[in-house]
Design a protein around this ligand. Structure first.
Ligand code: FEO
Length: 404
């Protein structure tokens, strides 16, 4: 195979040798319209070390990039920071091909890799806080369990001050730009926030503890090298501050209205609620699940203070598009939200109760009485919707002044 791929130097002794997946559009329910990258890193120490690998079909691309720096057979150590298969898929075949002296992972990572591949490769467990000499350089490891798998860990290259952060600080953005500072700031923040909301959000309390743990370790960090998307080499405080903010989920003056409609009655109700909220100075995002992907909803909820959900009643239940997004949202555990439900019906009208029960299961605090309308809303029904919007706005303002 001709060597069409090149490594990219990211610090004095580290090269990016990952792969670009231009075509992936789905990560178990999270839509990825701009593809992704699987980042692997080559540390050119006395003991040449590869940190993480790539998804199985991208092995040749990774090996090609390694060859642009060194013969892959010269790699002595492989570190697996995270065993999910987008980073370990080609690991067994790579071990067979290049025969490194040693392969390392966290203790949970060792077990996970065995459970994934059922092979006889020896993987050496690393302890939290343990160091590993590469001859002229040194790595240190930090367990980051549940960010976002139990096996996850960070690796820190002391000499170059590079933090290999696996999925943390990553984003699904396939591009030839390798560094975050080469990408427009607004796009960067959007992609990083979407990634956080769809992957990291349920583990927010653990993220806050991990940020404290990194600070306590006293690691000076010049480069953050995640397993997806661009590498951070400038203004690192910004992305760390954003992680702190997203993980804290402080209530804001923003309401997200998510609904699905059959004959536009629930849609009219959503419009009335939105206008009332906006009239009270609340920022509103109105998302019809007939047209919106669930990933976008979670992105909007990430920095919201209220979640208001609506559905027509269908067969004594809610519409399938709402069941989809409510299930997805529940799993992602957004915190510190208030909410309410609304919807239209023809004869039985169970949708609002089902939605309210779902909000309660998500620990969303119900802050206004639900509104159910038979068939098409009239002027009186629309006033009730406006009152729901005003009640949510008043409660949001109260919560924001309490938290400020
Ligand atoms: Fe990118 Fe959790 O794997």
């Amino acid at each position: 195979m001709s060597n069409i791929y090149s490594a990219i130097k990211i610090s004095d002794h580290v090269y990016w040798v990952g792969a670009i997946d231009w075509t992936i559009r789905d990560f178990h329910g999270y839509t990825t319209p701009h593809g992704s990258t699987y980042n692997a890193y080559l540390v050119m120490a006395d003991k040449i070390t590869l940190i993480d690998t790539v998804k199985a079909p991208f092995k040749d691309e990774m090996v090609s990039r390694i060859k642009s720096v060194v013969d892959p057979a010269q790699i002595k150590y492989i570190i697996s920071n995270h065993s999910e298969m987008d980073h370990s898929g080609c690991l067994p075949e790579l071990i067979d091909t290049i025969k490194p002296e040693k392969v390392f992972a966290s203790a949970v990572g060792v077990r996970t890799l065995q459970e994934l591949f059922h092979d006889s490769h020896e993987i050496i467990p690393l302890k939290d806080g343990e160091g590993l000499s590469l001859g002229n350089m040194e790595l240190t490891f930090m367990e980051t369990r549940m960010i976002h798998w139990p096996d996850s860990m960070f690796t820190y290259l002391v000499q170059d001050q590079v933090l290999f952060s696996q999925d943390a600080f990553g984003m699904h953005l396939g591009s030839l730009e390798r560094f975050a500072d080469e990408i427009p700031a607004a796009q960067l923040e959007y992609e990083a926030a979407t990634y956080y909301a769809n992957i990291v959000l349920p583990y927010s309390p653990i993220v806050l503890r991990a940020l404290q743990k990194v600070t306590a370790a006293g690691w000076k960090i010049k480069v953050i090298a995640p397993d997806h998307g661009p590498i951070w080499r400038k203004d690192l405080g910004k992305i760390i501050e954003l992680y702190q903010q997203w993980a804290t989920q402080k209530p804001t003056a923003k309401a997200v209205i998510v609904y699905a409609t059959m004959w536009h009655s629930t849609e009219k109700m959503a419009g009335a609620i939105a206008e009332a909220l906006a009239g009270e100075g609340i920022k509103v995002r109105l998302l019809s699940m007939n047209e919106t992907h669930r990933s976008e909803v979670v992105y909007e909820v990430l920095n919201a203070g209220a979640l208001i959900v609506g559905s027509s009643t269908l067969n004594n239940n809610i519409l399938p598009a709402m069941a989809d997004v409510m299930t997805y949202l529940k799993g992602l555990k957004p915190a510190n939200l208030i909410g309410a439900s609304f919807g239209s019906y023809g004869w039985s009208g169970e949708s609002v109760r089902h939605l309210e029960d779902m909000l309660k299961e998500m620990k969303v605090s119900i802050a206004a009485e639900s509104v159910a309308v038979k068939h098409v809303p009239d002027a009186v029904a629309l006033i009730k919707c406006q009152e729901l919007g005003k009640a949510i706005a008043a409660k949001l303002k109260e919560r924001i002044s309490f938290h400020s």
